[in-house]
Write a protein that binds this ligand. Structure first.
Ligand code: NAD
Length: 498
């Protein structure tokens, strides 16, 4: 429908100024090209940023409840198009249809939640130390916000970033991942239908090192919100630091599930399967480590391996399929390299460990769900994010050893503990070093009304979702008003105290 002309700025769909394009491929069958999209460069990004800058003044002055109405309508449209978007998502990035519906639902929840912020307090009033002075602090927008997003939650993550920025009065330039341009186009089409004014949301599709880098560098963009790999995040954060640009980074994870001897074992096995292999392990909250106490290690391992072997792989469009493909060839080869590294480090493959090439899977990017035994905390496979259907079992003696193993990586996104003992649970809640802690729940499963994000190298201290979602896209303005009509100057800290 938009073949090639898939950038959107100044209220119009436009091709890249160079005429260059990129294709979007179905990862379950790489022969299927789903669409051709603009491959944007600096000139396209600058045009989109200028469009956003031009629209900023009037959007900033649009009453917040009115901005909320557009976001509310977007929620309704996402609901009406949920199935269509979910099917498009399964085709474009491979996650199974039930998970794709969940991804869209997250955006719907976020839209309704944030729409209401249009009528919520957006600051606070404090007493003054001086007579007849009124003081308040108010959140104000930051200007043009650049969004750079990954492919693994192609509707949910843009909505986490975009709706808070819009309700605050900012305008947007959105650069989605190169693997999911089609979903970004569909998302923006719905925003237009919801009534977003021209220039308020602008889209540039293209590669990270071209369009993404140009967005980071653009002088018209005051803030960058990035979700993606730690490597790219570190580079973006340092560029933004040099330019004194605001930047929020949501990066990688090396999450773990801890299973103690007193755990509900059936629940823990189900949690480990979902955390390790949901979205083919391509969730930032995926559990690529399972830390198991010695007393239940054997039973847990036998069950986990048996159920992993039984998982059904294929195109996620078929509702009976449990694991879809990984997103692209580069990702497939990277996962395979990590499995080889694990083997040379001395971990033992109990099941999986190979690229799948048989029958219907031959044309797609499928990796056999893999369980390592004898994983040790110092190994690279226990420290580095693999981002595929691979997990490993680490055996421990005690709660203390388990918590220390769980905390032993540079990341701090999501950690979980299975126990029936309230003392163990509270010690874990206190001592686990992660932005999200679960007790008797898997490492994936965040709800949008709570902050989402990680400690340590998972980010730079920001959170998405929850009321904290407003922090990255607003500044605080403190305002003092003298209503005394007196001719006397009264200075703070000088004329008031003592
Ligand atoms: P990625 O870092 O390769 O790409 C993310 C985005 O950055 C894409 O839009 C890409 O085009 C862009 N990009 C790449 N190089 C760039 C550059 N030099 N300048 C500007 N932009 C650039 O990550 P990915 O493979 O798309 O996503 C997977 C990663 O995302 C994993 O590490 C995962 O843990 C992480 N992730 C984190 C969260 C979180 O909230 N913490 C959520 C989802 C995914």
């Amino acid at each position: 429908m938009h073949t090639g002309a898939t950038n959107y700025y100044d209220g119009k769909w436009q091709p890249s100024l160079s005429g260059k394009t990129l294709d979007s491929i179905n990862p379950a069958n790489s022969d299927r090209v789903l669409g051709t999209y603009a491959r944007s460069e600096t000139a396209d990004v600058e045009a989109a940023a200028q469009s956003a800058a031009n629209a900023y003044h009037s959007w900033r002055l649009t009453p917040a409840p009115k901005r909320g109405t557009v976001i509310f309508r977007m929620g309704q449209l996402l609901e009406a198009h949920k199935e269509q978007l979910a099917q498009q998502m399964t085709a474009e990035m491979g996650k199974v249809i039930v998970e794709a519906r969940g991804d869209v639902q997250e955006a719907i929840d976020m839209a309704y939640y944030i729409a209401a912020f249009g009528r919520m307090p957006n600051g606070h009033i404090a007493p003054s130390e001086r007579e007849d002075i009124f003081c308040m602090a108010q959140r104000v927008p930051v200007g043009v916000v650049g969004l750079i997003t990954p492919w693994n939650f192609p509707i949910a993550i843009p909505s986490w970033k975009m709706f808070p920025a819009l309700i605050a009065g900012n305008t947007i330039v959105f650069k989605p991942a190169e693997d999911t341009p089609g979903l970004a186009v569909s998302f923006v089409e719905l925003l237009i239908e919801a009534g977003i004014p021209s220039g308020v949301v602008n889209l540039v599709t293209g590669n990270g090192n071209e369009a993404g880098a140009a967005l980071v560098e653009s002088k018209s963009v005051s803030t960058i919100s990035f979700t993606g790999s730690t490597e790219v995040g570190r580079h973006i954060a340092s560029r933004c630091g040099q330019m004194m640009k605001r930047v929020s980074c949501e990066l990688g994870g090396k999450n773990a599930i801890v299973v103690l001897d007193d755990a509900n074992l059936e629940l823990a096995i189900k949690g480990a399967l979902w955390s390790a292999f949901g979205t083919a392990g391509q969730r930032c909250t995926a559990a690529s480590r399972v830390i198991v106490q010695r007393g239940v290690k054997k039973r847990f391992t036998v069950e986990l391996v048996e159920r992993t072997r039984a998982l059904k792989l294929g195109s996620g469009a078929d509702a009976s399929i449990e694991i879809g493909p990984v997103v692209n060839q580069a990702q497939l080869l990277r996962i395979d390299r990590y499995v080889e590294i694990g083997k040379t480090e001395g971990a033992q493959v109990l099941t999986g460990g190979s690229i799948l090439k048989d029958g219907d899977l031959a044309k797609g990017y499928f990796y056999a769900p893999t369980v390592f035994d004898s994983m040790e905390i110092g190994m690279r496979i226990a420290q580095e994010e693999i981002f595929g259907p691979v997990t490993g079992i680490i055996e421990v003696e005690s709660l203390e050893e388990a918590l220390s193993a769980a905390n032993s990586t540079a990341y701090g996104l999501s950690l979980s503990l299975y126990t029936r003992d309230v003392n163990n649970a509270f010690r874990a809640m206190r001592d686990l070093e992660a932005g999200i802690v679960y007790i008797n729940l898997p490492t994936s499963g965040a709800e949008i009304q709570l902050p989402f994000g990680g400690m340590k190298q998972t980010g730079n201290g920001h959170r998405e979702a929850g009321i904290m979602a407003m922090d990255y896209c607003t500044e605080w303005k403190s305002i003092y008003v003298n209503f005394s009509d007196s001719e006397e100057l009264v200075r703070a800290q000088i004329d008031t105290i003592g």
